[in-house]
Design a protein around this ligand. Sequence first.
Ligand SMILES: NC(=O)c1ccc[n+]([C@@H]2O[C@H](COP(=O)([O-])OP(=O)(O)OC[C@H]3O[C@@H](n4cnc5c(N)ncnc54)[C@H](OP(=O)(O)O)[C@@H]3O)[C@@H](O)[C@H]2O)c1
Length: 243
Amino acid sequence: MSDTETQSAIVVGASSGIGEALAREFAASGYEVGLTARRREKLELIGDQLETQAYVAKMDVTDTEDAREGFRELADAMGEVDVVVLCAGVGYENRDLDWEQERETVDVNVRGFTALATAAMARFEQQGGGHLVGISSVAAHMANGALPAYPASKAFVSNYCDALRYRARNLEADVDVTTIEPGFVDTDMAGGTFWMCSPETAAAQIYRAVRRRKRHAYVTRRWWLVAGLLGLLPDVVKRRLFA
Ligand SMILES: NC(=O)c1ccc[n+]([C@@H]2O[C@H](COP(=O)([O-])OP(=O)(O)OC[C@H]3O[C@@H](n4cnc5c(N)ncnc54)[C@H](OP(=O)(O)O)[C@@H]3O)[C@@H](O)[C@H]2O)c1
């Protein structure tokens, strides 16, 4: 997209954690930012603190038709949208297979993600280009009996982003797709403290990956080692580690 005009980014799931830090990072780098999530007051508070113009849209991604419509209205209000980051996500430890928690995880991380990813791609194809960023997780590389739905939902996100990137080769529009797989980031959702980084560090690394139009990035970078090891472990070991 244009380097001379002011650039713009929409962050879905911008009310806390990585999404909030990323919205601040984009604004500090001169982007106008569209902030969406369910907690409007938090979004407005964050928007008021940004150096650039902020647009706020309340959105529950599980209400997919409403969320897609809200996305289109937000994109129209902002004009051309250069980057869309899909960061909204939930995750629960759920050994008891509580249906509500499994359902919400699939609803937000899979159904909601796909609803917004397809809306963003349609927008990019209509305007001639754009950059989709999917926030997945290193957990996409594992199955875990303690939290069955979350890693499975993130495997969907990573795989779906790959598919959109492959598909983009056939488009006339200039569309990039970046998959971000964070390890532990110090937010309400963090599942551990090992190699944990701050949301600000995560945001800076994600922003750098976007500017470099990378296809994929681990955040922080050394998590490639964990993902690689997980791929090498035999099933008999994984069954013991992740029972
Ligand atoms: N923290 C980690 O260690 C870690 C590691 C790997 C990947 N990730 C991924 O990073 C992303 C951000 O998570 P985080 O760690 O920053 O946690 P967080 O602070 O809890 O942020 C989650 C964001 O998702 C939004 N959200 C949740 N449900 C939503 C819904 N139904 N509709 C719209 N927005 C919704 C929340 O906003 P509202 O509640 O206001 O709606 C919030 O802005 C997630 O996709 C997560 O899976 C995190």
